[in-house]
Design a protein around this ligand. Sequence first.
Ligand code: ZN
Ligand code: ZN
Length: 85
Amino acid sequence: MSDVRHRCEYCRRQVNQHKRADAVYCSPTCAARARDDRRRFARRLRNLRPCPTCGWVFAFRRSDAVYCSARCRVAAHRARHSNME
Ligand SMILES: [Zn+2]
Ligand SMILES: [Zn+2]
């Protein structure tokens, strides 16, 4: 076994040895926190999409929101209206 020092992937604390060779966290607490962070990040990415009017990519707070702002919603409405005429 090598005594190469590892760092916990979450808290970056140096650990002398991991209980398991494939462990990357210093403790179950760090492993759970890292998992929570990943889940939160994935959730944020899921809500990330472009506004159909201005193309700005941003995180929607409401899952049913379509436009980034009221201005874009109105602009899209106007564009739709003028296309019909
Ligand atoms: Zn840690
Ligand atoms: Zn927009």
